[in-house]
Design a protein around this ligand. Structure first.
Ligand code: ZN
Length: 238
C-alpha cells in the first residue's frame, strides 16, 4: 500500500511515544496525569486564574518530557519520508519527538513543548530556557514585560491552531493512504481526519493498541508493539 500510494500521511498519537518512556495518560495506573485531573489543571482557565497551580502541575512535566528521546517508531517514519513513501506526519503529541527524530514535514496540531511564549509581548523561549523564568512565586514570567509565559501547547479549553488544522485537513483530504499510529482516534477534531481520507477514496492502515472508531474501515489493522509493527513494515519494503 505504501509503494502504491501517491500521497501517504501518518497520523500519530500518544502510543508512538510510549516506547520513549512517555506513558499514555489513558493507560490506567501509568499516566502522568494519574494523580490530578488534567481537565482541572491543564486548562486555559487554570492558567489564567491560578497560574501557580497550573505550573505546579506543568513544570515537572516539562522537566520529564524534556529528557525523552525518539524511539525506532519515530525513526521509521523519518525513513519512510526520506524514501519518499510518506508525505507528512500529523501528530497529536506535544513531546516534539517527531521533530527531534528528523521528520521534515510535521504538523503538530496540539502545539509543542519546544517553546513557551509571553502572552503579553509574544517573546519566546526554548524548552531549556523556561526554567530560568520562574521566580519565588512558582510562575514563569516574561523578562521583558513581566507578562505570563505559557507553553506553546494547546490547553484544554483552547481551540486548535487554525493554520495547523487547515494543513492537517488538506493533507488528509489529498491522501490516498493514511497510517494511523498509536492513536485511539477519539479526540476531535483530529479524530475526523481519517474520515477525509476515506471520503476521497483513500485507504486506512491502523497500527494501534485498543479499538478505534475506524477499525471496520481499515484495510490493515495491526495492534502489536508499535516499534515491532513499523519495523516489520520497513523490513517488508526491503
Ligand atoms: Zn512579555
Amino acid at each position: 500500500m505504501l509503494r502504491a500510494a501517491d500521497s501517504a500521511v501518518a497520523l500519530t498519537g500518544a502510543g508512538i511515544s510510549v516506547p520513549s518512556g512517555i506513558p499514555d495518560f489513558r493507560t490506567p495506573g501509568e499516566g502522568l496525569w494519574e494523580k490530578v485531573d488534567p481537565m482541572e489543571v491543564a486548562t486555559i482557565q487554570a492558567f489564567s486564574s491560578d497560574p501557580k497551580r497550573f505550573w505546579d502541575f506543568y513544570r515537572p512535566r516539562f522537566a520529564t518530557l524534556g529528557s525523552k528521546e525518539p524511539n525506532p517508531a519515530h525513526d521509521a517514519l523519518v525513513e519512510l519520508e526520506q524514501r519518499e513513501l510518506l508525505s507528512a506526519v500529523i501528530t497529536q503529541n506535544i513531546d516534539r519527538l517527531h521533530r527531534k527524530a528528523g521528520t521534515e514535514r510535521l504538523i503538530e496540531v496540539h502545539g509543542s513543548i519546544a517553546t513557551s511564549s509571553c502572552i503579553g509581548c509574544g517573546a519566546t523561549w526554548g524548552l531549556d530556557e523556561v526554567e530560568a523564568l520562574f521566580g519565588d512565586q512558582g510562575v514563569a514570567t516574561c523578562t521583558e514585560c513581566l507578562g505570563a509565559v505559557k507553553p506553546d501547547v494547546v490547553l484544554f479549553g483552547e481551540l486548535l491552531p487554525v493554520e495547523a488544522m487547515d494543513d492537517a485537513r488538506e493533507l488528509s483530504a489529498q491522501a490516498d493512504l493514511m497510517l494511523c499510529i498509536g492513536s485511539s482516534l477519539e479526540v476531535h477534531p483530529v479524530a475526523g481526519l481519517p474520515e477525509l481520507t476515506l471520503a476521497r477514496g483513500g485507504r486506512l492502515a491502523i497500527l494501534s493498541k485498543g479499538p478505534t472508531p475506524y477499525d471496520d474501515d481499515a484495510d490493515v489493522r495491526m495492534n502489536g508493539d508499535v516499534v515491532d509493527d513499523l519495523g516489520a513494515v520497513l523490513a517488508a519494503l526491503g
